[in-house]
Design a protein around this ligand. Sequence first.
Ligand code: GDD
Ligand code: MN
Length: 377
Amino acid sequence: MTDPTTRLAPCQPPELAIIVPTYREVDSVEELSRRVAEVLEGVAWELIFVDDDSPDGTAERARALARTDARIRVIQRIGRRGLSSACIEGMLATSAPFLAVMDGDLQHDEQLLPRMLAAIKAEELDIVVGSRYVAGGDVGTWNARRQSMSRLATRIGQILIRVELQDPMSGFFMVRADVVRACVRRLTGVGFKILLDIFSAAEQPLRFKELPFSFRQRHAGSSKLDNAVLWEYLLMLTQKLIGPLIPVRFIAFSLIGALGVFVHMAVLWPMLHWLGNEAFLLGQSTATLVAMTSNFFLNNILTYRDMRLRGRQLLWGWLSFVATCSVGALANVGIADYLFQEGHSSWFLSALAGILVGAVWNYAVTAVYTWKRPKTA
Ligand code: GDD
Ligand code: MN
């Protein structure tokens, strides 16, 4: 019998894995791979593209590269979206002891990679961050709105993680794999802020260093950071504050539900005003339907942005949402009425209990039937 290990082809394992999340970056993957290979000459590296099934064929283009260079790999995720969760999956898919996360649009300066690697090894650091806000770094040509948005997010981030990181929003860093693995179950995986997520999930304060770099201009494609991303960021902060017990989506769902009350009144009031009180039933029904519909769309673009229903899926989504919430409303009224009539509690607590049961039901059922159905298309 031969020793089974000798049958494995001798191939040097990677020391550094560069994780590159991509969404619609078909025109950048080749250039990025070329630059990484050039700058990491002499290092055992691997490059992992984590693509969320970009319609422009990014994954296929990256696979074509992988056929010419075994150090390049591709993870293609179907029916999922999200920068943070893509980074996490990439980081878990390698055996390399050092992990770098870098954007796929060439805005991050790859020249920093060898210097990050040298620093993290020589200085016994947990993490090295590419920073736009330490001396020598800059944000390039951002417009005023984007700059102030970034500054605000940075301040909130600094307060939250209580660490003197100048650029907690950076999407460019190198970290020890064991640091990530130790805290991976506590990561929220929501939104764009993977670095902040790691810092706040780490058990001990991380030993870190920031190296300056200049944020380049995009040369192809477009940014995916929009207002909804800012909302996701707020969701992540909220999740951190309330702890892991209550899912952040439930909170978003409930907030939107509360907003629905205003929508409801805004429809009901003018109807009663113009049609008179006899139209109450009609008004109440119309207002309920309008509020449910607006709640459905708001949840679809905010709470479930990463699994957003589009096109024909919207019809099924809306139907299942309205059906579920109607049952939820019946349960709400039934329970509140029971508690109140039996004298179990005050009108206020009865109503609250009804609302809570209705909200939990609506959330739990729509999470499964409206948004998490396996996509057939
Ligand atoms: N897999 C995957 N899924 N990748 C994504 C997704 C997604 O849903 N959304 C964006 N990406 C990829 C992009 O293709 C790109 O490679 C990288 O993530 C960054 O996305 P951009 O859309 O280019 O972000 P940006 O340039 O506006 O924002 C940069 O600066 C922010 C700081 O203000 C990024 O570096 C952010 O990480 C950083 O927080
Ligand atoms: Mn970018």
